[in-house]
Design a protein around this ligand. Structure first.
Ligand code: DAH
Length: 355
């Protein structure tokens, strides 16, 4: 075989070299490029070729050596990358791959903010069931059996599994005011046992009403109820707590106004408006040019309610308020369609604060 043929044959071999371990790679390097390697051997042969062929064969030989070196370096690089990847997997102390965090639901953000604001003036959180009885949702809250106020809230009643078509007194709570009655009856028991104290609770939770779902109404939504019962609680205390809340939630410049209203469980009752936080009270489409937007209902706990729960209304008085979390979220984030809060569309949810 002539030197030229040798060079061509080795060029093909070198281009097709494959190594799956470092040892194999080293074997290939020795085979071709070491002192006794096949390519080095060709350089020795080269010494004896006739002068007139030297230039051409010399170039071909150099190209062959270059090809071999490049191929070996490429294989070394890819083997070391692969082994780094394996090592990284085996290394239990490595920093974990970053996990994409989700975002907090806007209703959770608003609920937490409401709780946070009131917790700074001593309120704690109380919980109660969503499936309730008539007594806790209506009875103890001074709704007379045929009271027209019951029509204010279209209720989902839960049928018992007896199959009988008897009217049921189990229902999905229509407001979180039901938790008030549980807290007050517990408090009454403590008083009977000679304990002292006061109630200062927030009751956040989901409520249900039989409403057709639209951009402005839903069959479930969220409320936060507040209740303060102590000796000598006055309407001024209520107003001051709500003014503090409005300023903390919507900014220092926010003003409030209380309009007389009616709820069976409070007397006197009021609805609270805040100066529109979108136009600053000047009047805009959101506040229907009034400069005010309604955010909650409130009042002094009706003595009938205190008594029904076992608390002496001559000694204790209290205030209560209830607000819709969606309503507050709407004002904060200008969400026009209520349905967005429950559809779990990540394009909507991703716009809120991450976890
Ligand atoms: N429960 C009322 C509702 O669902 C809201 C409410 C109004 C709660 C006045 C209160 C209150 O505690 O005092 O519309």
């Amino acid at each position: 075989m002539t030197l030229n043929e040798h060079i061509s044959e080795l060029t093909v071999k070198v281009e097709q070299m494959q190594a799956s371990t470092k040892e194999e790679l080293e074997g290939l390097r020795l085979k071709y490029l070491s002192k006794k390697g096949e390519i080095t051997e060709l350089f020795n042969e080269f010494r004896s070729v006739p002068k007139e062929q030297k230039a051409e064969l010399g170039q071909a030989l150099n190209r062959l050596r270059q090809t071999a070196e490049t191929r070996i370096n490429e294989m070394r690089e890819s083997l070391s990358q692969a082994s780094a990847a394996v090592q990284a997997k085996e290394d239990l102390t490595r920093t974990p791959d970053p996990i994409a965090l989700g975002t907090r639901h806007p209703l959770s953000l608003v609920r937490e903010e409401i709780i946070d604001i009131f917790s700074r003036i001593g309120f704690t959180v109380a919980d109660g069931p969503e499936v309730e009885d008539d007594r806790h949702v209506f009875g103890l809250l001074n709704f007379a059996p045929e009271h027209p106020a019951r029509d204010m809230q279209d209720t989902f009643f839960v049928e018992k599994e007896t199959g009988e078509q008897k009217p049921t007194d189990i229902l999905l709570r229509t407001h979180t005011s039901s938790v008030q009655t549980r807290v007050m009856t517990d408090f009454a028991k403590k008083l009977q046992n000679g304990e002292q104290g006061a109630i200062r609770v927030l009751c956040p939770g989901r409520v249900y009403r039989n409403e057709a779902i639209s951009a402005r109404a839903h069959c479930f939504f969220h409320q936060v109820e507040g209740l303060y019962v102590d000796k000598n609680v006055s309407f001024a205390d209520l107003r001051q707590a709500l003014l503090y809340f409005a300023k903390e939630m919507f900014g220092e410049d926010t003003r409030i106004r209380l309009r007389p209203s009616y709820f069976p469980f409070t007397e006197p009752s009021a609805e609270m408006d805040i100066s529109c936080n979108i136009c600053g009270g000047k009047g805009c489409a959101f506040c229907k040019n009034t400069g005010w937007v309604e955010i909650l209902g409130c009042g002094m706990v009706d003595p009938n309610v205190l008594e029904a729960c076992g608390i002496d209304s001559k000694v204790y008085s209290g205030y209560a308020f209830g607000m819709g979390v969606e309503r507050i979220a709407n004002l904060k984030y200008r969400v026009k369609d209520l349905r967005l809060f429950s559809e779990n569309d990540v394009r909507f949810l991703n716009q809120f604060q991450s976890c």
